[in-house]
Design a binder for this molecule. Structure first.
Ligand SMILES: Cc1ncc(COP(=O)(O)O)c(C=O)c1O
Length: 388
């Protein structure tokens, strides 16, 4: 029986998968079971931020596995303390709650926003504004928060208390933001929604209106955070720091982790017993996270991310099939003139290149450590397919 047959027999079929079995990864390439090589422009949806099996990251994770793999949150560990401190130092936040995924980080943000408001104003101020076309996860709360009707099927009833506003429509925001609202949740660049960058004017309006009304701003930086855009947080491009920022994906280089960062105002909201996660802040994940932070805060690392992003964008800009490029830094959306993104993705796979889609765009989320020669090799494949 092949791996795919075995897999399909016992793994729930909730994903549309490509017929590729990845056996081994190294740097920014991986190999399938037959030894065929692939260049990675997807990094496991923005998660392998340092590429496959980066040596220093792997050493840190393995050393932690051999020291202490789990303790539970009944006790303290030095590695969680260290990672929390470094994360707050780099991001400018005051405290962090650790979970295991983006959805969990957002669950924590939603609970924190509601409790902040409940503690201060009592019941009834529980609504959260999210944007049309947003994506916040697949748990019942985060799927309810997600502003895309396509996800609002089968699982009724969805969690109430989410109001959708059109992205970049300040009038719509002003109309819907009333005394029932405790938070506005945004992605600076909508990832799954099609790599759409928010307008600065709209982001400014969100922050200004929220500040006036003591409404919290939650930035979902699960996809944009931890260096993906060339800044540690995408909010830096807007000169803004949300009350709460959520991170996951690339935060620990490929071991499961989500983080909900809180400012001074929100730090004390979740009190003993109000929120928890068995695996949250797991020592192995924290060790992976520290290795990622060490690298991306290194001298010139994020400037190099920006330069590589510019290089990719310049090269793609010359391709006759490219209609437009979107996103920020190494989060790149490619609108095509005539070709279908899903078909292009499948062809890339056939030629040894992993790329992603987002709605009708090709989406590139290469590892932050990708080299120029790997970029050249990958873009050659992509551009040949686009121009054929
Ligand atoms: C912006 C954003 N938020 C939340 C999530 C959910 O993250 P996870 O799949 O780790 O739960 C994603 C995943 O794609 C995302 O892009």
């Amino acid at each position: 029986m092949s791996t795919i047959e075995k897999f399909n027999e016992h793994v729930v079929q909730s994903y549309g998968r490509f017929p590729l079995v990845i056996e081994k990864g190294f740097e920014r390439r991986c190999k399938d079971e037959d030894g065929k090589e692939y260049i990675d422009f997807g990094s496991g949806i923005g998660t392998n931020s340092l590429g496959f099996c980066d040596e220093k990251w792997a050493d840190a994770v393995c050393a932690q596995v051999r020291t202490l793999q789990h303790s539970s949150n009944y006790y303290y560990t030095a590695v969680q303390a260290e990672f929390a401190g470094r994360l707050c130092e780099v991001s400018g936040y005051s405290a962090v709650f650790f979970g295991n995924s983006g959805a969990e980080a957002n669950e924590c943000a939603i609970k924190t926003a509601r409790k902040y408001s409940f503690d201060k104003y009592g019941k009834g101020r529980h609504n959260i504004i999210t944007l049309v076309n947003s994506f916040h996860g697949r748990t019942m709360a985060t799927i309810s928060a997600t502003g895309q009707d396509v996800f609002h099927n089968y699982f009724f009833p969805f969690l109430e208390g989410f109001i959708n506003v059109q992205a970049n429509n300040t009038e719509d925001l002003k109309e819907k933001i009333d005394d029932s609202v405790c938070a506005v949740m945004i992605e600076y660049v909508q990832g799954e929604g099609g790599v759409n960058l928010l307008d600065k004017d709209f982001v400014d309006a969100v922050f200004e209106i929220c500040a006036e009304k003591d409404i919290l701003v939650i930035a979902d930086e699960v996809q944009t955070g931890v260096g993906r855009t060339g800044k540690f947080l995408a909010g830096e491009y807007f000169g803004r720091q949300a009350d709460i920022t959520t991170l996951a994906k690339g935060i620990a280089g490929g071991v499961p982790m989500g983080a909900c960062l809180m400012n001074e105002k929100c730090k004390g909201v979740l009190t003993k017993g109000t929120h928890a996660s068995t695996f949250g802040g797991n020592p192995i994940a924290c060790a992976g996270g520290l290795a990622v932070l060490d690298r991306i805060t290194g001298e010139g690392f994020l400037d190099e991310v920006c330069r590589k992003a510019e290089y990719i964008r310049n090269t793609l800009g010359k391709c006759s099939e490219v209609e437009a490029l979107s996103g920020l830094g190494l989060m790149i959306g490619i609108s095509l003139k005539t070709k279908n993104a899903a078909e292009v993705t499948a062809k890339c796979l056939g030629k040894g290149l992993l790329v992603l889609t987002a709605k009708d765009k090709i989406r590139l989320l290469p590892p932050l450590t990708i080299s120029y020669s790997e970029i050249d090799d990958g873009l050659k494949i992509l551009i040949e397919i686009l121009e054929e």
